[in-house]
Design a protein around this ligand. Structure first.
Ligand code: GLN
Length: 386
């Protein structure tokens, strides 16, 4: 049996492959970005309440529960600088993953160029290839993971869409106002659609602010924001995310969503609608938890002679394994799983050329403090033997 060509031009997710390896070796999973602690108790109570209503167990309205869309429209005001219309500008999807695929399918035709910043979160490339689009890569140059403004222009000229991700996975960059303005300029100049993945919008450090390109007045009609509740409420298994876009783009996204998944899980949508009404203290708690974790892991890696970047947001960091004598990221990741009992993701899976990213492995630090302490002990033990 021959599979369609569109599924033969990309490989399986390396992040999820590393999760399977972690389970096989009984290693601590710092590969896939999911918390190892319970979601907030009040969210689970809201889920229990929602599950008692018989109708909640049937399809929600295809575009998402009205209660959730209304709460989300209010929640997004500080991020987007305006009140979205829940009826024509918001669609609830099965995770940001579906949101990205639906957004790309909605605006990219076969042969269109899609600009992807690299290192990239691995989903953007298959999403582009599945619709017959052509990925074009814009490098975020190590060690500070910034683009060269001239390369930005060169990449975007003649393209159809630009995929932005801020806070950024895997580098932890939070793009500055100046950078967002540079993006806005090229999006306007070359008439692009901007698809911006803001899954980590609440997870920023050192008093930084998350800035969405959708806030720029001139980009309002050409920006599709993709978001998720997975990371904000520690429920990555629920698979609930959203797409926020002006009415014309929302209509296009909804046509895809309607036939791709019909609707996101209904009881989970109802529970999340209550969480969106929580006060600022919850988000402060979340940020300070992850900032403590970031500092613990960065200090731990430094203490054993491993270099890494200090993320500005999201919950990943890239560790330079050449400082430990490895020449290859996959070899380093396998060694760490077997010898230190720690699963990471080889850096090359975030780059389109397999030789790029070879100096890095990615650590996810969305774990309990005790888990991270065990990771550092495991690394220290192998560093002493090395
Ligand atoms: N976003 C998470 C990560 O980067 C989870 C990936 C996934 O399996 N969808 O690890």
């Amino acid at each position: 049996m021959r599979a369609a060509r569109r599924v033969e031009c990309f490989r399986e997710s390396v992040i999820r492959e590393m999760t399977r390896l972690a389970e096989q070796y009984g290693a601590i999973n710092l590969a896939q970005g999911f918390p190892d602690f319970s979601p907030p108790a009040r969210l689970l109570e809201a889920l229990e309440q929602a599950s008692k209503l018989p109708l909640n167990h049937q399809y929600s309205i295809t575009w998402g529960s009205p209660r959730l869309r209304r709460a989300l429209a209010d929640h997004l005001v500080p991020f987007l600088g305006r009140q979205l219309d829940p009826d024509s500008e918001l669609t609830i999807t099965c995770g940001a993953t579906e949101g990205i695929v639906a957004a790309v399918m909605a605006v990219v035709d076969p042969g269109d160029v899609v600009v992807i910043m690299e290192p990239f979160y691995e989903n953007y490339v298959p999403a582009t290839l599945l619709v017959g689009g052509r990925p074009r890569f814009l490098t975020l140059h190590a060690p500070d993971f910034r683009w060269d403004p001239q390369e930005l222009h060169r990449a975007c000229r003649g393209a159809r869409a630009l995929i932005v991700n801020t806070p950024h996975n895997p580098t932890g960059r939070v793009f500055t106002l100046e950078e967002i303005e540079q993006l806005a300029e090229v999006v306007q100049r070359y008439g692009l659609i901007c698809i911006t993945d803001e899954t980590y919008q609440h997870i920023v450090y050192d008093d930084r602010r998350h800035l969405s390109p959708a806030r720029v007045e001139a980009l309002r009609d050409s920006t599709i924001v993709v978001g998720s509740f997975s990371k904000t409420y520690s429920v990555t298994g629920w698979r609930v995310g959203y797409v926020a876009a002006p009415p014309a783009l929302t209509e296009a996204v909804r046509r895809v969503h309607d036939f791709l998944t019909v609707a996101a899980p209904n009881p989970l949508q109802e529970a999340i609608s209550t969480a969106l009404r929580w006060g600022a203290d919850y988000y402060q708690w979340l940020r300070s938890l992850y900032q403590r974790n970031r500092d613990l892991l960065v200090d731990g890696l430094h203490s054993i002679g491993l270099k890494c970047n200090v993320p500005e947001g999201a919950y990943y960091l890239l560790c330079d394994v050449t400082s430990w004598g490895f020449e290859d990221d996959t070899e380093a990741a396998k060694y760490l799983i077997r010898r230190a009992g720690v699963a990471t993701v080889p850096g090359s899976s975030f780059y389109h050329r397999s030789d790029a990213g070879r100096r890095f492995v990615r650590f996810a630090f969305c774990k309990q403090e005790s888990t991270l302490r065990r990771v550092i002990e495991g690394l220290q033990a192998v560093s002493l033997q090395a």
